[in-house]
Ligand binder design. Structure first.
Ligand code: ADP
Ligand code: ADP
Length: 231
């Protein structure tokens, strides 16, 4: 049986979701963070926010994201360093889409030590690549609250409208087929080696991400609760 989260139970660890674009990192990271009232730190969302606001960081990142490539480590690391300093991160938090390179993972390891966390808890959402195209082309996100839907798998009750807050559902510009190819290639080349990296450190928890959102969520919670807090 899946263990429950007690009222006011703290996450007290840093959870990382690894997996290719479309594996379900955002969906699961949001849900886990919600259960523990912990911050959900999506570097993709942070970058898109910079793009939307037209900051100088956003102006640098936008064309790179549009091509489906990774934004340079220096940009992402500065953004993450600033975010995890904030007081809401003192009882654990959930990363989604970070780290994405071995350099980012090394930086994170050092930074967590300085923040009093022993080691991250790494969940690898493993999935057959053939499923990803449908997940990515079908993805729609609420403009207001960021809720994630899928027109094929997890449609909203009313097309184009978020069930939770009535916000407009939009498609990300990089979820078009011509950008999905380069994104999957960037994952294979730069991010997939992280599974071996964390595997060698004995920190990798592999979960079958082809199952339903609910089943994957149960596995995630079970796995997080099976190991004592990492502080
Ligand atoms: P997905 O959820 O589909 O994997 P994300 O929302 O995490 O996509 O990321 C969207 C884009 O933002 C990436 O293709 C990349 O350009 C950029 N990005 C996000 N996180 C990182 C990161 N940690 N390092 C470098 N680039 C990143
Ligand atoms: P990622 O952050 O890894 O790119 P998302 O969480 O945004 O992935 O999910 C990608 C798409 O797949 C979304 O449209 C989401 O609704 C859908 N999705 C996520 N998990 C599942 C699942 N277990 N089964 C079916 N569809 C899913």
């Amino acid at each position: 049986m899946t263990p429950d989260v007690r009222p006011h139970e703290k996450l007290n660890r840093v959870v990382i979701f690894l997996g290719p674009p479309g594996a379900g990192k955002g969906t699961q990271a949001k849900e886990l963070a919600r259960k523990f009232s912990a911050p959900h730190l999506s570097t993709g969302d942070m970058l898109r926010e910079h793009v939307a606001q037209g900051t100088s960081l956003g102006q640098r990142a936008q064309p790179i994201m549009g091509r489906g490539e990774l934004v340079p480590d220096s940009i992402v690391l500065r953004m993450v360093a600033e975010r995890i300093e904030r007081p809401d991160c003192s009882h654990g938090f959930v990363f989604d889409g970070f780290p994405r390179t071995v350099a980012q993972a090394k930086y994170l390891g050092e930074s967590l030590k300085q923040h009093g966390y022993k080691r991250p808890f790494v969940i690898h959402l493993a999935i057959d690549p053939s499923i990803l195209l449908r997940r990515l082309t079908g993805r729609r996100t609420c403009k207001v609250g960021g809720e994630i839907y899928n027109v094929y798998e997890r449609p909203p009750k009313v097309a184009g409208i978020c069930d939770a807050d009535g916000g407009e559902l939009v498609q990300r510009p990089d979820d078009r087929e011509e950008v999905i190819g380069p994104r999957l290639q960037a994952y294979e080349k730069q991010t997939a080696p992280l599974a071996a990296y964390y595997g060698r450190l004995g920190l990798l928890h592999v979960i079958d991400a082809a199952k339903s959102v609910e089943e994957v969520g149960q596995q995630v919670l079970q796995s997080v609760k099976s190991v004592r807090g990492a502080r």
